[in-house]
Ligand binder design. Structure first.
Ligand code: FMN
Length: 252
């Protein structure tokens, strides 16, 4: 199927000389506001452009087109508008840049290495990943869920106390996705890392470094920076399973 860009180019005769192209443009018929067609053939086109362009970047450098203030504003906007169960607003985020970003990854590596049982190959790989794909970036967004809030809602509604924990996981995922996708739109590459889940020591080290309460559970780290290469892992090109096996319509 031709891309949206090529369809638009075809419709607007782009790529030809301007006079010729404008001569071929249809003369617009005046329409009332009520019957006006939307500008995009599909109202969700811009949204899906962003969805499709978000990828995992493992080659990033310590540069950012956004200032730290702009980065915090972007993350804040996502935190404010991301949906969460019962609007309990338990999601949190810390943006680390400069030395704080570097120290975070040093600490993550240090605690991660302790859990590898002295396996030299795995240690080498861990060092390569942390120092080659994450620490090299401009900054990291650390995502947290305030478990005091989640617990309080569970106590208020004990029949769904367990579900609140699951919904908290869902909510943090949605938030992570919004930030990841928005950063991509700003020209930043990022990847989603889950070292806090590997060991309690790493979890505690992140909480301490971010100077947040112990009840804030780190759910993911998103190191980001200007990409220095294509997304993904060249050894494992991204593939897609047939959609008809994954999406069904029931309409009767
Ligand atoms: C819940 C979840 C956990 C993930 N954990 C990791 C991770 O720990 N490390 C990593 O490099 N990527 C992680 N990813 C990223 C996926 O591997 C990646 O999104 C997927 O392979 C598709 O590639 P893409 O991001 O380039 O589209 C995670 C993604 C999700 C949604």
């Amino acid at each position: 199927m031709p891309s949206l860009a090529s369809q638009l180019k075809k419709t607007l005769h782009m790529g030809e000389n301007k006079a010729e192209a404008s001569a071929k443009l249809p003369i617009p018929t005046p329409v009332s506001a009520a019957t006006q067609e939307p500008k995009n053939p599909s109202g969700s086109a811009a949204f899906f452009d962003a969805v499709e362009n978000r990828r995992s970047y493992y080659g990033i450098k310590a540069e950012s087109p956004l200032t730290d203030e702009q980065l915090v504003a972007l993350v804040g906007r996502a935190v404010k508008h991301a949906p969460n169960s019962f609007n309990m607003q338990q999601s949190r985020a810390v943006v680390l840049t400069g030395k704080a970003h570097a120290e975070l990854w040093e600490k993550v590596l240090e605690t991660n290495l302790k859990g590898l049982g002295g396996d030299k190959d795995q240690e080498e790989q861990a060092r390569g990943r942390v120092n080659g794909a994450f620490k090299t970036g401009y900054g990291t967004v650390a995502f947290f869920e305030d478990m005091d809030v989640v617990k309080a809602w569970g106590e208020k509604m004990p029949f769904v106390a367990e579900a609140f924990v699951q919904w908290s996981d869902v909510a943090t995922g949605i938030l992570q996705y919004i930030v990841w996708t928005a950063l991509e739109k700003e020209g930043l590459g990022a990847s989603l890392q889950h070292y806090a889940q590997y060991s309690q020591e790493t979890q505690d080290a992140i909480t301490e470094l971010c100077k947040v309460p112990a009840a804030w559970r780190c759910t993911a780290l998103l190191p980001f920076g200007v990409p220095i290469g294509p997304p993904g892992n060249p050894a494992h090109p991204k593939d897609f399973q047939p959609l008809e096996e994954r999406v069904k319509l029931i309409s009767a």
